[in-house]
Design a protein around this ligand. Structure first.
Ligand SMILES: Cc1cc2nc3c(=O)[nH]c(=O)nc-3n(C[C@H](O)[C@H](O)[C@H](O)COP(=O)(O)O)c2cc1C
Length: 182
């Protein structure tokens, strides 16, 4: 058991899967005795990371990019992020591949770390979800094409959750133990 902390979890999502992962992390942290606030990055006006002990930021990939709001948030809170223990995770379907499922070998995480000066105290990459039924025509065809090229599911009614939820639980425990890197 670690000292109870006030933890802010922020997320950037389009279809809600990153929010679901955050809910799971919240549940792990609450079971460990922490107080958690979960906020969409769309609402950050009300969430000042400075008033929390620790922070987690999670963002999904869409067409090769994390959303601009992720970078805007990091730029806005650079000083706080350098002082408080803070974690970052990325959600993408490339991470369903064993050779791309860790922060040091996932291309989106590596690109992210080249783009920001912030060095999170903990990092994770989670494989995301595909739900063709929920996508607009163009998106559905694009993702099916990407899946075809990368040997993933292409049936247009596929719902595939690639997330390893035990990995999410383990990350929750890492956040619980997280300290500021020296
Ligand atoms: C329109 C669209 C584009 C996507 N582009 C990528 C991509 O370029 N690379 C990738 O690995 N995953 C890509 N994904 C997969 C998402 O990262 C995955 O579905 C994730 O679970 C979405 O999380 P969210 O619901 O929180 O936005 C894409 C998904 C959609 C719907």
């Amino acid at each position: 058991m670690h000292d109870p902390a006030r933890i802010l979890i922020l997320y950037s999502t389009t279809d809600g899967h990153t929010a679901e992962i955050c809910e799971r992390i919240r549940s792990v942290l609450e079971q460990l005795g922490h107080t958690v606030r979960l906020v969409s990055l769309n609402d950050t006006v009300q969430a000042d990371p400075g008033s929390f002990d620790k922070m987690v930021l999670g963002a999904s990939i869409r067409y090769g990019r994390h959303r601009q709001q992720v970078y805007d948030f990091i730029a806005r809170h650079e000083t706080t992020l350098s002082k408080k223990p803070a974690a970052f995770f990325s959600v993408n379907v490339v991470a369903r591949k064993p050779h791309k499922n860790q922060p040091d070998i996932n291309p989106y995480m590596q690109k992210f770390l080249r783009q920001v000066a912030w060095r999170p105290d903990a990092l994770a990459v989670f494989a995301g979800k595909i739900d063709y039924r929920a996508y607009r025509f163009f998106d559905r065809q694009m993702i099916r094409l990407i899946m075809y090229m990368t040997h993933g599911p292409t049936r247009s009614d596929t719902v595939a959750d690639f997330t390893d939820w035990s990995q999410v639980d383990a990350f929750g425990r890492v956040v619980s133990a997280m300290r500021k890197s020296p």
